[in-house]
Design a protein around this ligand. Structure first.
Ligand code: PXP
Length: 251
């Protein structure tokens, strides 16, 4: 996405909007409406910094042809979330998105449930990360906020990690502060080691600000909640509101 002058000291926290669930609604009826491309255009018009889309193995929301349509319709950088498979690698190399975020994927899961085991899967991930980087695609690894996963990302040469905020988003009571501390510590560890930390999953108006206040985090990727809010308020006000909350938290 639009890179700040110093990638590890971003002036403005970037917002990538995940538009998968516009496609989920479209696919419920099998037609063309609502079109995720229109959502991408609205995100661009209201100052979103990027479009995130997950082409899942079962194509349950975003489809192959959506990728080039999104790329053609906006100037925003596309962050392609993808499983580490040969099929997805070939698609990424064909479309050349700005960034590719490698996620774990299980067909039966409702959404990406955990982080990628970058530490345990080094040998499987290394050639995929290498091919993406060679093609000029910015590689991000969607990982749990754990030191061993960040160390693994370093060994893989990934320039970005996206810290999974799902545990934080689902935490209650005292666990919230524990999860937040973990995310802040791991964002700092990544940045100290030259990796740009991003964050995402389960973020809402109510829980985004403590994450946005973590100074090393350069980008948030937010989808389900924003698309849900858009049903009630429209996508334009929903993205603007999230943007305001992020800016306010960043000070
Ligand atoms: N980042 C990644 C890597 C994801 O897989 C997802 C979910 O698709 C998100 C961010 C967005 O999460 P949510 O839809 O809960 O906002």
């Amino acid at each position: 996405m639009n890179q700040p002058a110093h990638p590890l000291a971003p002036h403005r926290l970037r917002l990538g909007v995940n538009i998968d669930h516009v496609a989920t609604i479209r696919n419920a009826r099998g037609g063309e409406h609502p079109d995720p491309v229109r959502a991408a255009q609205i995100v661009a018009a209201v100052g979103g910094d990027g479009i995130t889309a997950h082409l899942r193995e079962d194509r349950r929301h975003i489809r192959d042809e959506d990728l080039s349509r999104i790329q053609a319709a906006t100037n925003l950088p596309l962050n392609l979330e993808m499983a580490a498979t040969d099929e997805m690698l070939a698609i990424a190399l064909r479309h050349k998105p700005h960034a590719a975020c490698i996620v774990p994927e299980r067909r039966e899961e409702r959404t990406t449930e955990g982080g990628l085991d970058a530490a345990g899967q080094h040998n499987r991930l290394a050639p995929i990360v290498g091919r993406l980087l060679d093609a000029g695609i910015r590689v991000s690894l969607f990982i749990a906020p754990e030191a061993r996963q960040i160390e693994a990302a370093m060994r893989l040469g990934a320039p970005v990690v996206e810290l999974h905020t799902g545990e934080y988003a689902h935490a209650e009571g005292e666990a919230v502060a524990v999860e937040l501390r973990r995310l802040a510590d791991m964002a700092a560890l990544a940045a100290r080691n030259g990796i740009e930390p991003h964050a995402g999953h389960g973020l809402t108006y109510d829980n985004v600000q403590p994450i946005a206040a973590i100074p090393q985090i350069a980008e948030l990727n937010i989808g389900h909640y924003l698309i849900g809010e858009a049903i009630f308020t429209g996508l334009d006000p929903a993205v603007r509101r999230m943007r305001e909350l992020m800016d306010e938290a960043r000070g």
